[in-house]
Design a protein around this ligand. Structure first.
Ligand code: GDP
Ligand code: CA
Length: 311
């Protein structure tokens, strides 16, 4: 079975790792968010793609949820001591990847080709693609004005409430090579338990990707990033309450109406299942906390089994 999965960083990468343990990794294509990409210290950083690469290579820091395990921070400390830009945390080993990526991009390679080379070097069997090779950047509207994604998320610790989201460059962004093909050749499309607005939003905002989903002839299933109406980490719950009017499964389903046939929700949210079914989306109730390798594999299996349930 070919599986195409749309993914953000922390939640997405955890889930994708479970997916390659539950399915044939060579038939998994991950389509990653690039709306959070940024230039730091002259380097091109793709935080969500990196979380996915590190998780698939088994190099990720499970505890922190981002970056590499066993990381050290000498370079960044030196940057700070010199009065350089040190608010965006880049570990020494992580910096190695950003150096290589940046060089290859400057030599004219598109991000998709660079990502493929990195994945091969890391021994990853699954295909990892950026949603687009074009410049697409997320901005959030807050009472403090419009902020670039990382300014809001990292520098200001996502404390500002979000009134709206804008994806700069999306009007002209094309899906990266391989993306629409993967969606067309998939037997199942999965939306990972990622932030619907700022992780999955930028992916779905690429017209060709959205059209591939709305015109799909195969099942599509999303996994809710909320447990008991709360995010495991990050601002998804606050954004859903403010922008969608609540944090029940129905509000998650509403983010994806027309794009999914089923929504995997947590046992603790089971009483919200009926409202999801009322809008024509199958609710699949299971345990969704990916607290260990077993749990993340079981969650991936539940999503894969949705195909059978939808027949
Ligand atoms: P980011 O790009 O690093 O912000 O990561 P994502 O958008 O991919 O993931 C963030 C979301 O993952 C948050 O809304 C979390 O609630 C969700 N998440 C993290 N761990 C888990 C988990 O174990 N289970 C579920 N269901 N969601 C999770
Ligand atoms: Ca992200």
């Amino acid at each position: 079975m070919n599986v195409a999965v749309l993914s953000g960083g922390v939640g997405g990468a955890r889930f994708v790792r479970g997916l390659v343990e539950a399915a044939d990794p060579s038939r998994v294509t991950v389509i990653g968010n690039v709306g959070d990409d940024l230039e730091v210290l002259g380097l091109h950083v793709s935080p969500d793609l990196d979380s996915i690469l590190y998780a698939l290579a088994g190099l990720n820091d499970e505890e922190r949820g981002w970056g590499r395990a066993g990381e050290t921070w000498n370079a960044l400390e030196a940057v700070g001591d010199l009065g350089g830009e040190a608010w965006f945390k880049l570990g020494d080993r992580d910096l190695g990847l950003h150096l290589v990526r940046t060089q290859w991009l400057r030599e004219g390679e598109p991000l998709s080709a660079v990502t493929r080379r990195l994945a091969v070097a890391l021994g990853i069997e699954a295909t990892v693609l950026p949603a687009t090779d074009d410049r697409l950047r997320t901005f959030v509207q807050t009472d403090a004005g419009e902020l670039s994604f990382q300014d809001w998320f990292v520098r200001r610790g996502h404390r500002d409430e979000v009134n709206g989201v804008r994806f700069d460059g999306v009007e002209t962004a094309r899906a990266a090579p391989g993306v629409t093909e993967a969606l067309k050749n998939a037997d199942l499309i999965v939306i990972a338990p990622s932030n619907p607005y700022v992780s999955i939003g930028p992916v779905l905002a690429v017209q060709e990707i959205r059209e591939a989903l709305t015109g799909r002839r195969i099942p599509s299933v999303a996994v809710s990033p909320l447990i008991g109406g709360r995010s495991v980490k990050g601002p998804a719950d606050r954004m859903l309450s403010r922008l969608q009017g609540g944090t029940d499964p129905i509000q998650v389903a509403q983010c994806y109406l027309g794009l999914i046939d089923a929504l995997v929700i947590d046992e603790t949210d089971a009483d919200g299942a009926a409202a999801v079914e009322d809008v024509g989306v199958r609710a699949i109730v299971t345990r969704t906390l990916m607290s260990n390798p077993d749990a993340r594999k079981r969650l991936a299996e539940a999503a894969l089994e949705a195909t059978a349930a939808l027949r």
